[in-house]
Design a binder for this molecule. Sequence first.
Ligand SMILES: O=P(O)(O)OC[C@@H](O)[C@@H](O)c1c[nH]c2ccccc12
Length: 264
Amino acid sequence: MGKAKIDAAFSKVLNQGDKAFVPYIMAGDGGLENLKEQILFLEEHGATVVELGIPFSDPVADGPVIQEAGIRSLASGTTLEAILTSLEGWKDTREIPIVLMTYINLIYSFGIEKFAERCKEVGVDGLIIPDLPLEEEELVTPALGKSGIALIRLVSPTSPPHRIEQIAKRSEGFLYAVTVKGTTGIRSEYEEGIEAYLQGLKGYAKVPVLAGFGVSSPEQVRTMSEYCDGVIVGSKIVDSLHQEDRETITALIAASKKSTAHLT
Ligand SMILES: O=P(O)(O)OC[C@@H](O)[C@@H](O)c1c[nH]c2ccccc12
């Protein structure tokens, strides 16, 4: 459970020569009653860990596709407690580790200690809290440490080097390397810099380094994975689930596997 479960999932994938693939989905988009089927689908098709977004009224770090998914989810009545209860109901059915992506406000109003305990109970293995800066981490790290839940840190190319080093050294579960400055779609201009940036992170991090933001095609999955341990794909997965286009999802996951690495 927890951190150890995430570590084991990455070791397994990386030891067999594949790259890690972490899909992001918004809990309750398409109805919370479908969460189990959605996650088991991702597990069955070879995802390494699922990043599960909790819908929130003020999602400052989410892009437009994810924001829309959050609005749909909230409109269908999804609550944090209902998500946790759903996860608890079938925790023995899944093997894939679950990482919740949620803002600090939600955790704070739930109660930090209570939240960490509840996460452990329902089989949540890690947390991503995008609006929790390094300086404020102490707010949650004692409770998470006690429950064995990994705190996944994010770094971005705009973080100053000493800060990147500090964050990377503390990383647990995996290090989330944001690969774009600002908006997506200008990847080719960054390619050279990105390679050095990701390889630099690998030098500091004690856990796998995964690249996220703007990865939306099998080709990008392969290219980005060359420089690190794998990728996180959000908007494209959320959009494909919403469009009921499961083939796009399986093709993205397949691109992280060694056996398809030669295909274009
Ligand atoms: O959507 P993209 O470009 O594929 O990037 C993943 C990202 O959306 C997902 O990990 C995420 C959703 N909300 C976030 C908030 C902060 C950081 C990351 C996220």
